[in-house]
Design a protein around this ligand. Structure first.
Ligand code: SF4
Length: 302
């Protein structure tokens, strides 16, 4: 492996393959409920990102049961990570959210919990809850940063400034136990140069975080980004260009960081551009081939 993938990391940690199951905690997001705005981030499709095996309205244990049934044949060792993925999963009544997290980790086949959120939506009580959970299970807190550049953050309507993110990372990284912070970044933004995107990656590599998800910008139906794109299409990298970008990004990461994702993962039915991301296998093969041919090694430029 030329980079430390999630599959490799799970094998080290659990001795086997582990499936992530996307769950819904029934949360919304301050960028959508009016606290900060109603329109959401410019690229957000309104479903808060995430493909679900089960209805999001079901209780967590039911969502888990239905999702596990779908992959059970492939997952012989029956180990799962419960991933609260869509919208902002620490935003809401903390005790209600705690009961949902508890419901997930009560499942004997669930070996860890991942919680996707925003750095400006972690209350004091939520920090206590996360500390407690980190003492009892493997916990990953996933923060959507997307970019370190304030002008780009404004363009995408992220809704918080970089110091807010830095403070959340600082506090989360000080929690003892099994807590890893995973940061999401987006590349191929039409308002950034390649150097700016790589600056975001390098910045992340020097934070006390455990892993990163790098996505290329996906233009999805029913988003303000789609409206902008349809009015005036902006160039997006093709698969080969993106492979070269991913190589440069991986070389800037700390060697021990886990790379959870290297491309975008918008729902196929909503994808407007770039269409090549829909063919995941071809994309993975192209990136792998590029990494081999160019002898890419994670951390070389860290
Ligand atoms: S913070 Fe997340 S869920 Fe909220 S609008 Fe932005 S992308 Fe969508």
């Amino acid at each position: 492996m030329r980079y430390r993938s999630a599959g490799e990391y799970y094998k080290e940690l659990f001795g086997t393959k582990v499936y992530r199951i996307a769950l819904s905690a029934g949360c919304t997001c301050p960028n959508r409920d009016g606290k900060l705005g109603y329109g959401g981030c410019i690229f957000c499709s309104g479903s808060g990102s995430g493909e679900f095996a089960a209805s999001r309205d079901l209780p967590v244990r039911e969502q888990l049961r239905v999702a596990k049934e779908k992959v059970a044949a492939k997952n012989k060792d029956g180990k799962y990570i419960a991933y609260f993925q869509n919208f902002t999963n620490t935003y809401g009544d903390e005790e209600v959210l705690l009961s949902k997290y508890e419901e997930a980790i009560a499942d004997p086949e669930v070996v860890g919990l991942a919680i996707g959120t925003r750095p400006d939506c972690i209350s004091e009580r939520m920090y206590e809850i996360l500390s407690d959970l980190a003492g009892r299970t493997y916990l990953w807190v996933e923060l959507g940063l997307q970019t370190i550049h304030e002008a780009s953050a404004k363009w995408m309507r992220r809704g918080y400034a970089l110091p807010v993110f830095e403070e959340a990372v600082r506090r989360l990284s000080q929690i003892p136990g099994n807590l890893g912070v995973i940061v999401h970044v987006i590349s191929d933004l039409p308002v950034e140069t390649k150097e700016q995107m790589l600056e975001t990656v390098s910045y992340c590599a020097h934070l006390p975080i455990h892993g990163i998800k790098i996505a290329n910008l996906n233009v999805l139906r029913n988003t303000d980004l789609a409206a902008e794109y349809e009015k005036k299409p902006f160039p997006l990298m093709d698969r080969n260009e993106y492979s070269a970008f991913a190589a440069e990004a991986v070389e800037r990461l700390r060697p021990d960081m886990v790379v959870y994702r290297l491309t975008g993962d918008g729902a196929k039915r909503d994808l407007i551009a770039p269409l090549w991301v829909a063919d995941k296998r071809m994309t993975r093969n192209t990136i792998d081939a590029y990494f081999r041919e160019h002898d890419v090694v994670q951390g070389r430029l860290y």
